[in-house]
Design a protein around this ligand. Structure first.
Ligand SMILES: Nc1ncnc2c1ncn2[C@@H]1O[C@H](COP(=O)(O)OP(=O)(O)OP(=O)(O)O)[C@@H](O)[C@H]1O
Ligand SMILES: [Mg+2]
Length: 271
C-alpha cells in the first residue's frame, strides 16, 4: 500500500482514496497484551484494544494515565515491554515501522513543529522528502489552510511567530497533508480558543467520516470525546477502565471511577 501510494503519486492516490470502498478501508490496529515500563514504573499494563477501520477512538483519562504512551507505541517511537502492536496482519517491528509509519499522520501533544522551518516548510516536509508533485502539494496546502482556517499569510512565518492555536493548525495540516489512512492525534485542539475549537471539531468529524481513516485521538474534553468518538477508551494508571460509546460510559459505568470522571467535567460550575 505504501509503495503503491508513493510510486503512483498523489493524483492517483487521490483517485484511489475517492474510490476506496467498504472493502478497502484503512487498516485495523490492535494492541495485544501490551505493557510498557519506563524503568520500574509501569506506564501501560496488559492493554488489549482494537481500533477498527473508519472508526474514531478517543482516549481519555487523567494526566499521566498513559494516553500519549499508547500513541507513541502505535507510531513505533517506543517499543512495548511485552505484547505486540499489529497493523492489519503485521506485527510492528523496528524493520517494518518506517513503511507503516508513512500510512500514519501524527500530531504530537505539543505540535512538534521544527522551529527553524516556516509553517509552509513544516507542512510540506514529508511531501518534499517523498518527492510528491509540487503543484499538487501546494494546492493541498491551500485546501487545508481553508479547512483549518489558517490564513495563508501565516505560512511564511516561523512557529515562534504564530499563536498557539495557529501552531496547532499547522501541525494538523502537516498530519493531513498526505491523506494518511491512520491518524493519531494527541490533544490536537488543546490550544485553540473555544469557538475555533468547536468549529474545527465539527470539521474534523466530517473529515473522519469522509476519509474513513482509522483515527485515534486523545483529549481531556468529554464533549470532544462524545462528539468525535465511535468508541471511547477510558484509562487510569495504565489500565483500561472501560471501552464503549459515551452513552454506555455515562449510563452503564463499569465502576465508580467512570461516573466520577464524567461528573467531574459535567459538574463544572457555569460561570
Ligand atoms: N520517556 C519516559 N520516561 C519515563 N517515564 C515516562 C516516559 N514517558 C512517559 N512516562 C511516564 O509514563 C506515564 C504515562 O505518561 P503519558 O505521557 O502517556 O501520560 P498522558 O496520559 O499522555 O498524560 P497527559 O494527559 O498529562 O498528557 C507517566 O507517569 C509519565 O511520567
Ligand atoms: Mg499526553
Amino acid at each position: 500500500m505504501v509503495s503503491r501510494l508513493e510510486s503512483e503519486g498523489l493524483d492517483s492516490a487521490t483517485k484511489q482514496e475517492a474510490a476506496r470502498g467498504p472493502k478497502d478501508l484503512a487498516p485495523t490496529i490492535e494492541l495485544i497484551s501490551v505493557s510498557k515500563r519506563f524503568g520500574s514504573a509501569a506506564a501501560l499494563s496488559s492493554i488489549n484494544l482494537k481500533f477498527e477501520p473508519g472508526k474514531t477512538t478517543v482516549l481519555i483519562g487523567p494526566s499521566g494515565c498513559g494516553k500519549s504512551t499508547l500513541l507513541r507505541l502505535i507510531i513505533g517511537l517506543i517499543q512495548p515491554t511485552t505484547g505486540e502492536v499489529r497493523v492489519e496482519d503485521q506485527v510492528l517491528t523496528p524493520e517494518n515501522i518506517l513503511d507503516l509509519r508513512r500510512r500514519m499522520g501524527y500530531v504530537i501533544q505539543e505540535g512538534g513543529l521544527f522551529p527553524h522551518l516556516t509553517a509552509r516548510d513544516n507542512a510540506l516536509l514529508l511531501a518534499r522528502h517523498l518527492r510528491r508533485p509540487r503543484v499538487e502539494m501546494h494546492a493541498r496546502l491551500a485546501e487545508l489552510c481553508e479547512l483549518t482556517r489558517l490564513p495563508e499569510t501565516a505560512l511564511a512565518r516561523f512557529p515562534v511567530e504564530l499563536s498557539g492555536g495557529q501552531r496547532q493548525r499547522v501541525s494538523l495540516i502537516r498530519a493531513l497533508m498526505l491523506r494518511p489512512e491512520v491518524l493519531l492525534l494527541d490533544e490536537p485542539l488543546a490550544a485553540l480558543d473555544p469557538m475555533v475549537r468547536a468549529t474545527l471539531r465539527t470539521e474534523l468529524k466530517a473529515i473522519f467520516q469522509h476519509l474513513r481513516q482509522t483515527v485515534i485521538l486523545v483529549t481531556h474534553e468529554l464533549t470532544e470525546a462524545a462528539c468525535l468518538g465511535n468508541q471511547i477508551v477510558l484509562l487510569r494508571q495504565g489500565h483500561v477502565v472501560q471501552v464503549g460509546t459515551f452513552a454506555a460510559l455515562r449510563d452503564h459505568p463499569a465502576e465508580s471511577f467512570v461516573s466520577e470522571f464524567i461528573n467531574a467535567q459535567q459538574g463544572l460550575p457555569v460561570l
